[in-house]
Design a protein around this ligand. Sequence first.
Ligand code: NI
Length: 255
Amino acid sequence: MAMIFDAHAHYDDDKFNDDRFQVLSSMPEKGVCCIVNAAVDIETAKLSIEYAEKYSYVYAAVGLHPECAHKAEEGYIDRLKNLAKHKKVVAIGEIGLDYYWDTVPRDVQKRVFIQQIELAKELNLPVVVHDRDAHGDTMDILRQYKPSGIVHCFSGSVEMCREVVKLGMSISLGGVVTFKNARHSVEVAKDIPLDRLLLETDAPYMTPVPFRGKRCDSSMIKYTAEKIAEIRGITVEELLNATTENACRLFNIEL
Ligand code: NI
């Protein structure tokens, strides 16, 4: 049976407070072979590592999300660097730019994004990029600093996706592709070379149809995979095999 690799989830979120460990424990029997828990700050980075220590199939990304970029006090890069030494930390993330909420001044967001890309390059780790309504500046920075990694929950156009691929990066797609208004995502899902595509949930958010509005967990990638397989005209198994292989290669994980 093809296995699910969830390249991006947040099991530290409050929405899992009642049953976090039950949900995580049940993942293998639901076909999930790997989960990367993405941090948004130092606190959630530590939690991500805690879950990764508890479950063989959970890995951690550590970093400051753009909405948490104001928490980048002196020494935060060293703190991240220390956390990233843990053998189950597979990426620096999630990092990037968020001009939708725009809660942190843009120059601060950019500085913190760039500093963390430089850290990832120093540590030879991929980055997990968050880009919301900030395509222009995100691409400028990726073009200039050329990290390896993914743009998660990719929301750009086909043209932008092609440029991301040209830079050597990959993208991950989540539940949005199953939404009725997901024109961009559908085009991207069709156009992206199969070896550059990963699947994610962004759990507990972005729940795919038919569970939209409910809490998401990694097993629901099945519905996202069914939709993308249909768009590409391949089997779900082929899609899951390829995306799991891509994620393992990118995050340097041996199954
Ligand atoms: Ni996220």
